[in-house]
Design a protein around this ligand. Structure first.
Ligand code: FMN
Ligand code: MN
Length: 466
């Protein structure tokens, strides 16, 4: 059964042992973030902070930052996701379009005019030198001024005062920015609604780069197999999920930028403050006892990068497999924040690793990749210790490394200071064949026989080891 709202998902997480409640009071000022980081090092779970100093509202963090929780959110296991990912994330679907309803619990409490006060909510500050408190997991909804098509995306926001926030678009093609530019040309504002705390399918669709012109809320309906119920905003014509925890209604102000930052981006470093877009908030609506939903800023591998590692690399793997049948698996190392990718291949002919690497650079998302490691199919790309073993034992560094100058790099990379043309690296960590220059037959990895491995697997319970 699809989750109606965040609360139903929280209940499920709790039943599965994926959520812990912290009852001790914590400060929104860095303490909450540090508790989450430290907790993740022990065990990666979501945390519900029930008492946050200076606010009556609890804070949820890390609701989707593990493979298990993403699977619970989408109600599918890894194999089912492998099979369906193309259909779920790359095909625009309209079989369960949003259903507009007359009222919703997200409007149980309404603040307008002088009553609008964002500071009543426990928005965290994550790092010492950041420019302010950051809304990091809000789903921003807007409509294309020309076509009326809805968009939902996640863009970070810095709280400036009771009724004003900045918004940051990381790339010029962000859909809300495109909508805004059409209005700004005419000197007009763009209506926006920021949804904080909604069902996990809507959140995931807003977080992931879906192909082409997709209404993320309709896509979430299709993924859930049930339409998302939406209610009209109080002060504009946008619709928002009816049972969301909290909604900020406002407008992106034309021809105005105000300082935002510093902010710690996903590479883990402070980015400089800059003039950035401004949203003026006209109205805040929320449920009674609203749960404030947040993500981390910065580098935490157990943070949002884990959602990307899991779902994005499945999406990329399906694209790669279509073009390159010898690809077995494909992912990035979570600690590398999307910069070190590992591909395993079925090496059916010599020089295949290099040949495949050459093809991978033609995919637009390869801009993020700084290093590409190619391994054989006996190596599990998701197990860093196996990848390290292949790197240590199957690479002759004189022959098996290719430096590729003049490739487009990510503009936010601190190592290359955002230089547009950078040098990337391919490491061929596959077992080398004699025709590839290896002197003789490469030694075989040691292992008990297949029969014995099967036998032990079958008998496992009998040994009484747990
Ligand atoms: C927690 C989180 C924070 C994000 N912050 C930003 C951000 O500040 N700016 C940005 O442009 N994209 C950010 N993204 C990525 C976008 O939400 C994502 O690429 C989305 O697909 C963009 O939607 P759109 O294509 O409809 O504009 C963030 C994603 C997540 C999960
Ligand atoms: Mn979009």
């Amino acid at each position: 059964m699809p989750y109606r709202d965040l609360r139903e998902f929280i209940k499920r997480l709790e039943e599965e042992g994926e959520l812990i409640r912290v009852k001790a009071p914590v400060s929104w000022d860095q303490e909450l973030a540090e508790v989450f980081v430290r907790a993740c090092k022990e065990k990666n779970r979501a945390i519900l902070f029930e008492k946050v100093e200076g606010s009556e509202f609890p804070v949820l963090i890390g609701q989707l930052t593990s493979q298990k929780r993403v699977e619970l959110a989408l109600e599918r296991d890894s194999k089912e996701l492998d099979d369906e990912i193309e259909n779920l994330l790359n095909q625009p679907r309209n079989d369960f379009p949003p259903k507009i309803v007359g009222s919703g619990s997200c409007q149980e409490v309404v603040m307008t005019g002088d009553d609008v006060d964002l500071l009543k909510f426990p928005v965290p500050k994550f790092n010492e030198k950041e420019g302010g408190r950051y809304i990091t997991a809000g789903v921003s909804i807007s409509k294309d001024p020309e076509t009326g098509a809805r968009n939902a995306g996640i863009y970070r926001m810095m709280v400036r005062r009771e009724n004003e926030i900045n918004v940051n678009f990381g790339f010029p093609n962000r859909h809300m920015l495109r909508h805004f530019q059409k209005r700004e040309k005419e000197g007009k504002p763009l209506d926006v609604a920021v949804v904080i705390g909604c069902d996990p399918a809507v959140w995931l669709c807003a977080a992931l780069p879906l192909a082409g012109k997709i209404d993320e809320v309709a896509q979430a309906g299709a993924i859930r197999g049930k339409a998302v119920e939406m209610v009209k905003c109080k002060t504009n014509d946008l619709e928002v999920p009816a049972d969301a925890e909290m909604i900020l209604e406002g407008e992106l102000v034309p021809n105005l930028k105000r300082p935002e930052g510093p902010y710690v981006d996903f590479q883990g470093y402070y980015t400089k403050a800059k003039d950035n877009y401004v949203i003026s908030i006209k109205c805040i609506t929320h449920r009674k006892g609203a749960i404030y939903d947040t993500s981390m800023t910065g580098r935490l591998p157990e943070g949002e990068m884990e959602v990307y590692r899991y779902l994005l690399s499945k999406q990329q793997k399906t694209q790669l497999k279509k073009a390159i049948p010898e690809i077995v698996d494909f992912t990035f190392d979570p600690a590398s924040m999307g910069h070190i990718y590992i591909a395993s291949i079925s090496k059916e002919k010599p020089f295949l690793a290099k040949e495949i690497a050459d093809k991978i650079w033609s995919f637009p998302w390869s801009i993020m990749i700084k290093q590409l490691i190619i391994v054989d199919s006996d190596i599990d790309v998701n197990d860093p210790s196996q990848v390290m073993w292949a790197l240590a034992t199957r690479v002759d560094f004189e022959k098996d490394i290719y430096l590729l100058p003049g490739k487009q790099g990510p503009s936010f990379d601190v190592a290359t200071a955002g230089r547009p043309a950078v040098t990337k690296m391919v490491v061929d960590a596959t077992i080398k064949l004699p025709v590839e220059g290896y002197p003789g037959k490469f030694p075989e990895p040691g292992s008990p026989s297949k029969e014995v491995i099967e036998k032990v697997k079958k008998k496992w319970k009998e040994y009484g080891i747990r």
